[in-house]
Design a protein around this ligand. Structure first.
Ligand code: AOF
Ligand code: ZN
Length: 370
């Protein structure tokens, strides 16, 4: 490859490294997605990515893939090489040992165990370091990791499918299907990408969902299933209790030891929570999920849970699939119900980041303004 400038070359290889990093989606949480490309004399001599939580880091996989000596090479890596002994030894030391010439980095690692120390180690060894190449793309790719490592709490993404008048079902509660098939396929991608999925007990009682990730021609990882169930009403014969397709965790205020033990026998975890107004204290839940090392939660409703999460300012991102249909009816539920707010000034405010046509539907992606 011939390049007009070093900047152009750096961008080209970093883009490739970011593409590699994406291959880890669904397999590395709560670790970051990281890709690495090794270039020597204008030729790619090694590439790798972080493939699995607890597994070798991207740099190690790239080094191991190279059939040539990487001394004097330029290493493109989407995250600052680590400087700590974690599940694997420090990547920065590894690169120093291999005497690479230059390291090009997309994002600095905010993990307090690293936070600039990886870069320092490289520079102290006389390796040239360039940072911030395609930084914005990297921040987007690893938005879950960056949020989690800074806040110790999961990124909370509220996803819903609505009609143009904001309904999630008819007055007879018929909801399958409001959005088109492509949108539904995207939902399964989200279930693979985000580490956990959360629903309220009413959704379990009404639909008996399995909340798994089913993607055509791809092996998907099922999310950890979280149920907000204030009175511990979950039926013992529900799919979430019986199917063993992924862990189920219940948050409740009911200390019914007999039922809790029966659920434990089914490998379902139950956390007793403080009660707040209408039910389970959701601030407690989100903090607990952070402690459990869950980096992201996809909320799939229903309307009451959505209302509690929005009113407690616990949602970070919203993904709304809007279908070109009008349902109407005062008894047809909307995406957010519960008790709502009194004044318009208390409304949750969002910043729309993207609108995309998905065949006949629209996907609106927005961030909650905190
Ligand atoms: C890298 N390359 O591919 C990744 C890095 O528990 P460990 O040992 O896997 O360490 C996880 C931490 O290491 C993670 O929080 C992040 O700071 C960094 N991840 N670093 O150099 C990689 N996945
Ligand atoms: Zn590392």
């Amino acid at each position: 490859m011939k390049f007009d400038s070093r900047y152009q070359e750096d961008n080209y290889y970093m883009k490739k490294a970011l593409e590699l990093a994406k291959l880890g989606i669904g397999a590395v949480n709560p670790n970051p997605l990281v890709g690495c490309i090794i270039v020597k004399d204008g030729k790619v001599i090694g590439e790798g990515y972080h493939m699995k939580f607890g597994g070798p880091h991207a740099e190690v996989n790239a080094i191991n893939s190279s059939k040539e000596d990487i001394e004097g090479a330029t290493v493109y890596v989407t995250l600052e090489p680590c400087s700590h002994f974690g599940k694997t030894p420090p990547c920065a030391d590894n690169l120093v040992r291999h005497k690479v010439k230059r390291v090009v980095i997309c994002n600095n690692d905010p993990n307090p165990l690293v936070a600039g120390n990886g870069i320092k180690k490289l520079q102290n060894a006389g390796i040239e370091v360039t940072t911030g190449i395609l930084e914005k793309e990297g921040l987007k790719l690893n938005e879950v990791f960056f949020h989690y490592i800074k806040n110790n709490k999961p990124l909370v993404i509220s996803k819903t499918a609505i009609s143009m008048d904001g309904k999630i079902a008819t007055k007879h509660m018929e909801s399958q299907w409001i959005s088109n098939e492509s949108c539904r396929e995207m939902t399964h991608e989200y279930r693979n990408k985000y580490m956990a999925i959360m629903v309220g007990i009413n959704t379990v009682l009404k639909d008996n969902p399995s909340l798994t990730s089913r993607i055509k021609n791809k092996k998907a990882r099922n999310p950890i299933r979280i149920v907000i169930d204030t009175n511990l009403k979950i039926p013992m014969n529900s799919n979430l209790v019986n199917d063993n397709k992924s862990k189920t965790i219940i948050f409740t205020c009911n200390n019914d030891l007999k039922k809790i033990n029966l659920l434990k026998e089914k490998d379902v975890d139950v956390h007793i929570c403080p009660k707040k107004e209408e039910g389970v204290d959701l601030n407690f839940v989100i903090e607990k999920l952070g402690e459990l090392k869950i980096d992201s939660v996809l909320v799939e409703g229903g309307a009451t849970l959505n209302d509690s999460l929005f009113r407690n300012n616990l949602v970070d991102k919203v993904k709304i699939f809007m279908a070109p249909k009008i349902i109407g009816g005062k008894d047809a539920p909307s995406f957010v119900s519960g008790c709502g707010i009194e004044k318009l000034s208390e409304a949750t405010k969002l910043e729309i980041k993207n609108t995309t046509m998905i065949d006949s539907d629209i996907l609106i992606e927005a961030d909650v303004i905190k």
